[in-house]
Design a protein around this ligand. Sequence first.
Ligand SMILES: *[C@@H]1O[C@H](CO)[C@@H](O)[C@H](O)[C@H]1NC(C)=O
Ligand SMILES: *[C@@H]1O[C@H](CO)[C@@H](O)[C@H](O)[C@H]1NC(C)=O
Length: 544
Amino acid sequence: MLVRRSRVAVAFVLACAFYLFHRALSSGSGPMGSGFAIPRDTRIQYPFREKGINARDAKKAEAVKEVMKRTWKLYKEKAWGFDEIKPVSGKYRNSRNGWGATIIDSMTTTAIMGLTDAFADQYDWVVNRVDFNKAEGLVDPFETTIRYLGALVSTVDLLEAGIISPPSPSFRRNILKQAKTLADNLGPGFDTPTGMIWPRINFTEARGMDMYGRRHQHAIVHLARAGSHWLEYSTLSHLTGDKTYLDNSTKAWDCLVSNKRGVPWPGILESPRSIWTGLPVGTTRTLGAPDDSHYEYLIKAHLLAPKSSTNNYARRWYQAMTSAQKHLSSAAKSQTNPHTFLLSYSKDRYENNMGHLTCFIGGNILLGAKYLSQSSLFSFGEALIEGCHHSYASMPSKIGPESWSWMPRESHLRPPHFPGPVTLSQREMYEKTGIWATATNYNLRPEVVESYFYGWRITGEEKYRRWAWEAFEAIVKATETEWGYSEVDDVTRVRKEGNLRDTSESFWSAETLKYLYLIFEDPELCSLDEWVFNTEAHPLKRRL
Ligand SMILES: *[C@@H]1O[C@H](CO)[C@@H](O)[C@H](O)[C@H]1NC(C)=O
Ligand SMILES: *[C@@H]1O[C@H](CO)[C@@H](O)[C@H](O)[C@H]1NC(C)=O
């Protein structure tokens, strides 16, 4: 009996191996190596309901919503129609071409939180007031696409999913009309030999420009800018039936995604690139800014539209993350700090410095590794989130700094001696926590709570909610002002006086508060099995 059973088991294992081998081949594994196959119907979110877990914490969700209401009320009172409020002085400023960035970028947050009065104001602004044919200053297609266009197409998706009730019967048509106007005005940006996008556009001239408004053949673009329009453009094409957006966006990203030149670390590209040739003109290899969302969007493109995006995006993502695990992962040497961080690399040297912006990556790795059933990658993602949590827990304010350093344990890296802490306070912090801040400000950024959101929704582990609540309380305490919430200068100080920057970018309400709210709300709201978040936290409906 026993013998027979084990024979059956052996036959079964062989059959499985045979099947997986063929599936890997048929999905074109090529340089991927073994173990990569695109699954058909993986559940991404933890099955809270099946496990009988009531995963909604109404009190904490309500507390986050109150902060959003206060943010909105004060913005409306003091800065209506301008891009941002200045939260210390109660003045305002335009930083995003004067189209009312805070109004439009936070539409999907008010929709998700059910703040219907605020949403009605926003709708009126988009449909009746804003003029996307005129721009104050040069237009940055990257920021415009992720904030403005992302918000508009996401709003239509949220409407169609029944998350917002339409303020008027012509709601869908009116929003899409504005989205199209904006995207059409960005169109000249794609006018390059490679199709890669110019870093700026002059709307008056309807021409692509470099960052300083000049037009020449040496213009460069960083990886994030080159591809972080695919989710938004693909959705706009889907909603309007006009394929031009998807085609332009696919072409603009293609010379990176299907880069045929050999690279030393598969999937990881050197940056920046020439928009004229698509070739690298710099030598930086990093998953952090300004290349970050190139990597973020590779897996998200596949998740958004698995049928129309080809498997190439997911494959590139898997290559890049596997390479990062091999070449950029670094364990800290200190006893007080057993954590994992990400190096970057440039000109044959590693840099032992990591930014708050890079902390999106832990969550992004959990998302892709869960979907592709890659358990080693998954653990790597968890470790990176732990490291980012350590950057928060180490600071006296309990908020992580804009960037920090550690001493790498790996001995084979160049340079053989990494720069250590310099100032007295850096040395003290290093003694205590194993890291030291290299830029001490906090800009109301979302990336750390964003990764907690993925951690919670995918693993169901309570620690992520606990960390999110600790971050929320610390952030409100340090940043609250008379007129809103402000960037802070120095997270290593607890005293508030003289520590505020009088700046509050639109991602505070678009991203930071949205991710915090969704962590405490019912996990079925914007479930990761149905939605993909763009890099500004605007949810787009997956087209499965
Ligand atoms: C855009 O081009 C127009 C016409 O050439 C020029 O007057 C204007 O200064 C440019 N705008 C910016 C922000 O450079
Ligand atoms: C598409 O790209 C072409 C350049 O190849 C550009 O002229 C056109 O305006 C773009 N259209 C849109 C909608 O992006």
